[in-house]
Design a protein around this ligand. Structure first.
Ligand code: ASP
Length: 597
């Protein structure tokens, strides 16, 4: 190599050694008779020094012509620094340069290549290769690398086989639109890019591979939301001859292994909650369990909370002429510890928050349970102190706490209160990015009614097996059939999801019918899988983790983009290579395509 050491390597023990370093000029400080350069590579920064009278004058003159991001090779003797820099691992030494070679010059970079850059998002994406020189961005990719290595090590130790599956395939039903690729040779025909390797991994189980995994790129043409990428990476896994319990244990093991090896954290066993309970206690199927603030119901007129189960009977609000609560199906709230002294302005802000169209509530009721034991509420006109005391008891509130209560149709109200709970968690500093809380959510509904298409959709995907005891409900009450499906949630983000699969043709066919496919359509799209099920398909199940999101959470970031080497922007555009872009007339002609204006 051109270098003898990296820029992160030299210590006091190297003093007096001749070395050669290579790297980029991060910073120059020219004091006339003395010139310092911070030389940077992937491993760190080392200070170079050039001094009039001591450094060869031609070398010094050349050094004075360098600019930021020039690529150089510098040879010299390691020496102890007079003023040490304890913030830098190499801060005890510097390199007295005796020979200098410019390997390449550089234009002035469009933004500063420092930990904190002055470049805006779009500019840094356009010059992503320069952004990747910055330490925080580089560290994100190194973290990702480590996560991938540890994932492979763990799964390999359990006999999982890494198998690649094709990228040019046919539609996969993960609920998004497919990206399609026109075929030149088969005029008028198209491939689809995989939304996931779902059908292939199931076929590998039929082939007897028994334990499969792949760190794999998936493609979904979804409407763009903040922090979504049209292509993303999954840790995709499948196992044969397993129960749901086996899968939960194996993949809880994976996540624990990653926490331990990558972050040095013992995660412990992952708690479990049913979908129905998650909705009832948090109003979300991906609750952030870094903090409590679970829901308390003051009135519940629904006998069946979502997903089944028996509830009802509670009513601490009706008959006091407060129409909003009297007419509501559900009155439910959270208790914000220590917030009783919120000002009028702070309370108004919370009301404004829940009324925002993204949340969609009509209003918010508050009860301040003051430190002196008295009550002040926005419904004092309707409820006595005794009434409010009963509410406070139901919430297990203490003096000093603030009750925030919402009312309306059960499902919608729960979702709205979920938003408020997350906001309060944020305000109270309970969503600490250095803390981690994982959770399994189990027993998802198999089907979900879609108002627009007026039919049931698979909540997970159509290969998910219903729970055995719920199969009769498929005919009578499809909406209440539970699936053998599970998600893993970390800090309020869904990081993985999977299911035990259907593995016989008859059930799979029934499932397609329930989803509104004609037998003809089902056969055309998924005939290959149903046929495979007739050649000895073992019982099987699996899971896929969103690898980008997992890395972002491990890195304490909200943005998956920061953990992808070459991401697309929020409009699905790659700013660096400038795509999507048009193709030539010639290409269109060959493909038999005409672009309509
Ligand atoms: N293919 C599923 C997904 O992408 C995961 C699974 O069921 O294993 O969400």
């Amino acid at each position: 190599m051109l270098r003898t050491h990296t820029c992160g390597e030299l210590r006091i023990s190297h003093v007096n050694q001749p070395v050669t370093l290579t790297g980029w000029v991060q910073r120059l400080r020219d004091k006339g008779s003395i010139l310092w350069i911070d030389l940077r590579d992937r491993y760190g920064i080392t200070q170079l020094v050039f001094e009039e009278g001591k450094t060869d004058s031609a070398v010094l003159a050349l050094a004075k012509t360098l600019g930021r991001e020039f690529v150089i090779e510098a040879e010299g003797i390691v020496s102890e620094r007079l003023s040490k820099n304890d913030k830098l691992p190499t801060g005890d030494i510097e390199l007295k340069v005796s020979r200098l070679r410019v390997l390449n010059s550089a234009k002035v970079p469009p933004f500063t290549i420092e930990d904190e850059s002055d470049g805006g998002d779009e500019l840094r994406m356009k010059y992503r290769y320069l952004d990747l020189r910055r330490t925080p961005v580089r560290e994100n990719l190194l973290l990702r690398h480590k996560m991938a290595q540890q994932t492979r090590a763990y799964l390999d130790s359990l006999n999982f086989v890494e198998v690649e599956t094709p990228v040019l395939i046919k539609s996969t039903p993960e609920g998004a639109r497919d990206f399609v690729v026109p075929s030149r040779i088969h005029h008028g025909e198209f491939y689809a890019l995989p939304q996931s390797p779902q059908t292939f991994k199931q076929l590998l189980m039929v082939s007897g591979f028994d334990r499969y995994y792949q760190i794999v790129r998936c493609f979904r043409d979804e409407d763009l939301r903040a922090d979504r990428q049209p292509e993303f990476t999954q840790i995709d896994c499948e196992m044969a001859f397993v129960t749901q319990e086996d899968i939960l244990n194996t993949f809880e093991g994976l996540v624990c292994h990653l926490f331990k090896t990558v972050k040095g954290i013992e995660l412990g066993s992952v708690p479990r909650i049913t979908y129905a309970d998650a909705m009832k206690r948090y109003g979300s199927d991906k609750p952030d369990t870094r903090f409590g603030m679970t829901f308390t119901e003051l009135k519940n007129k629904t006998n069946l909370p979502p997903g089944g189960g028996k509830e009802g009977g509670v009513d601490l609000t009706s008959g006091k002429n407060f129409n909003v609560f009297d007419n509501a199906e559900l009155v439910v709230g959270i208790c914000a510890t220590g917030c009783a002294e919120y000002t009028r302005k702070q309370l108004d802000e919370l009301t404004d928050f829940v009324k925002r169209p993204q949340v969609g509530a009509k209003g918010l009721v508050y009860v301040q349970y003051r430190s002196d034991g008295s009550f002040k509420s926005s419904v004092d006109k309707f409820y006595t102190t005794d009434d409010l005391k009963k509410w406070a008891e139901a919430f297990r509130a203490q003096p000093g706490d603030l009750l925030l209560i919402m009312a309306g149709e059960a499902n919608a109200t729960r979702k709205q209160l979920n938003e408020l709970r997350l906001l309060m968690g944020e305000k109270l500093g309970l969503r600490d990015k250095t803390k981690f809380a994982a959770l399994w959510v189990l027993d998802f509904p198999l089907l979900e009614w879609n108002e627009e298409t007026n039919r049931y959709h698979a909540m997970h995907h159509p290969f998910t097996s219903p729970r055995q005891e719920d199969i009769p409900l498929l005919e009578t009450d499809p909406g209440n059939v539970r699936a053998n499906a599970y998600d893993m949630v970390l800090n309020g983000s869904e990081i993985g999801g999977g299911s035990i699969r259907i593995h016989d043709r008859a059930t799979q066919q029934l499932m397609f019918r329930k989803l509104g496919f004609t037998d003809e359509e089902a056969k055309k799209q998924f005939g290959f899988l149903m046929e495979a099920f007739e050649y000895g398909a073992p019982p099987h199940g699996g899971i896929a983790f969103g690898f980008d999101r997992l890395c972002a959470l491990f890195g304490g970031s909200d943005s998956i983009r920061d953990f992808i080497a070459f991401p697309k922007n929020n409009a699905g555009r790659d700013m660096m290579i400038d795509t999507p872009s048009t193709i030539s007339e010639e290409q269109l002609r060959e493909l038999g395509l005409i672009i309509k204006p």
